[in-house]
Design a protein around this ligand. Sequence first.
Ligand SMILES: [Zn+2]
Length: 125
Amino acid sequence: MDALFLPIEGAQHREVAGVAVDVIPAGAGRVKRVIYSPGFRWSTHMKGVVGTDFCQHAHVGFLAHGSIGIRYHDGCTQEFTAPQAIAIEPGHDGWVVGQEAAVVIEFDFEGNTAEKFGMPDRHRH
Ligand SMILES: [Zn+2]
């Protein structure tokens, strides 16, 4: 099996709405492996849990497997296919494209990710 999907020793593991997240602390930030199941869509599976109209997290890292689509609050869309770096601003919906899980290696600073990376707090032009 692809090592990308194996359990990570020492990581904090949780599963929410078809998303498996492994978190490893790193200084003031965190390294995460996030596995999104085929068919996952933020607005369908997470919106009700989170309680906001769009995902308000910034996502910075590396798409290591699969494909994802993004639609920002203003209608801008983006598609990413592994291997590809990602830098997604807050204020988006997102989903898995195709029949394979999407695996993202992500770096975050919990609530301060956008600020720490110098990104806008909400997608704009
Ligand atoms: Zn836009």
